[in-house]
Design a protein around this ligand. Sequence first.
Ligand code: CA
Ligand code: CA
Ligand code: CA
Ligand code: CA
Ligand code: ZN
Length: 371
Amino acid sequence: MQRIARPSAALFASAAILVGLFHAEARAAINYSITFDDPENVFDATVRPLLESHAVAAGQRWAKYLVGDANIEVAIRPSTAVQFAEGGSVSSSFVRNNGAFDVFEQGMSAELRTGVDPNGADFDVLIEMNPNYVYDELWFDPDPVARTAVVDVNRTDAMSTFLHEFGHALGFSGWINANTGTFPGNYQSTYDERINFDGQNFFATGPAATALYGAPVPLTFGNVAHVANFSPRPGEDLILDVMNGLVFYRGSRYEISPLDLAILNDAGVPTFYLAGDYNDDRSVDGADFLIWQQQFGTAVLKNTAADGNNNGFVDAADLAVWQADFGEHFSGSVAATSPIPEPTAFALLIISAAAMATLVRNCVYSQRQRR
Ligand SMILES: [Ca+2]
Ligand SMILES: [Ca+2]
Ligand SMILES: [Ca+2]
Ligand SMILES: [Ca+2]
Ligand SMILES: [Zn+2]
C-alpha cells in the first residue's frame, strides 16, 4: 500500500507533534489477551497474574499513542534460550514493493492499521522470558498503570521490559544484518527501509525521527532494532530511551518517548503524539494547563504528566510546550491511502520462515546498577 502521509515539517517546527493521522477512529481501542505457552507451569500461579497485568498495562500505555482498533493476542513463553526477554510480532504483512525490496510491516501494526488480524486465530505477539530473569531480576510494580511506587534499586522494572518488547512488536524489528547492513533476501521491514548504514554506524533516517532528533537517529550497532550506542559511537544521549539496545538500569523506570513514536511513525505505524496534551485526551486545552500548574516544580517520569519537553521535570518549558500546542486536537481525519495489495503466497512463505528465524532477536541487555 501507499505509505501514509507523514507529518509536515511545519508541525515539527512547533512543539505540536501530530504524528500521522491515519484512521477514522480517534482513539486506539486495543484489547489485549494474554496466554501462557507454558505447559510445565514454569511461571507459577504467583507470577502469572503479575506478568499478565504488566503486559496488559504496557500494551495499553502504547495504546495511548496509537490510532486504530485491534485485538492483540499475546503469548508469554518461558525460555532458557533467551538471556533476559525477547518479544515481537510473530507475523509480518506485505505492504508494497519499493523497487528493490518487498516491504513488510509487523503483524501487530498490520492489525492496528487495517483492522484485520494477519494471522487469524494464532497469537499476534510472542514474548519469551528467561525464568531466572522473571523470578530473580524483574521488579513488579504494585500499580503498573500508575507507576508511582519506588522501583527496587536491585531490580529491573518489569513495565519497562514489557514496554520495550511491545516496541519490537509494533515496529522496531527487521532483517537487516546488524553488523554489515546487508539483507538476507529481497525483503525488508518498514523499519529496515528507513535505516542507513554508513559503513560504520546505523541510523534511522525517516523524516519524523530525523526532524525530532535534529539528525538521523543513531541505532545500536550489532543490535540495530534499537536506539543508542556507547561512545565513541554516536547516540550516547539515547541510552535512557526505553528502546535502547544497551542497558536497563536497575531501579529505573523507562517510558515511551516521542522519538520512539516518531521512528515507529516513519515505519508506517499509526502513532499519534501531541506534546502539550497532559491529560491524554488528545486535545490541548485549559485542563492541561491546570495539570501543569498543579505539577509545576515536580519531578515526573519523562514524557508523562505535564512534562511536555520530555526532561523529567515540570517547569516553565512545559508551559511553552502547552502554549505552542494550545487548541490542537486529534481530528481523526483519514489520510489518503490505497488498498493493500494482496501478498503473494510465495512472499508470505519466505517471510514467515524468515520471521521465525529472527524471532530470537539480538535483544541482549546487561543489567547494571544505576551509575
Ligand atoms: Ca489479533
Ligand atoms: Ca492473530
Ligand atoms: Ca488534554
Ligand atoms: Ca519538562
Ligand atoms: Zn530489544
